[in-house]
Design a protein. Sequence first.
Length: 197
Amino acid sequence: MLKPRTFLYAAVALAATLTLSSCAGGSPATDSANPSASQTTAAFNSADVTFAQMMIPHHEQAVQMSDDLLAKDGIEQSVIDIATEIKAAQEPEIAQLKDWLAAWGEDESSMSGMDGMGGGSDGMMSDNDMMALQDASGVEASTLFLEQMTVHHEGAVAMAQLEIDDGENADAQAMAATIVKTQTAEIAVMAELLASL
């Protein structure tokens, strides 16, 4: 588990560095002319922006996975409960992340984007993964959901930890801390549920 997180950290750090260097025009003297640096409405930096831009599609996919599972018959109540909990936690966070980006004058999508991470290190499911979950039923669907969401959560926790380490916006860092706490707890619950299926 450590390797994907380490890879994710390196990849996001590289993306952030490239973003910063492109904003700065490669010259430290231009840093003071950076428009985002002069916005005092809410203190934020490139790590905050990257966190919000990457977490929105990440959360949206988790909500879609939960919806796909909740639409099925014959699912254990305990699995329904965790899917419902995940959806209820992440939908308001998506709205908040979008609000922050709007307030910061940033686009919701990044040029580097989720696709730029590669290798699934961010925990995002592929189209084939999503199709497999949609097509599965009963215990197979529950198992697949729990396995996929565990990987998905691990990616989110790693992304949130980067925000805690490198972000500047206090509200975004608070959300990141909440994500680390709640999703780490959910990973433990999902491991127990998997063992019981």
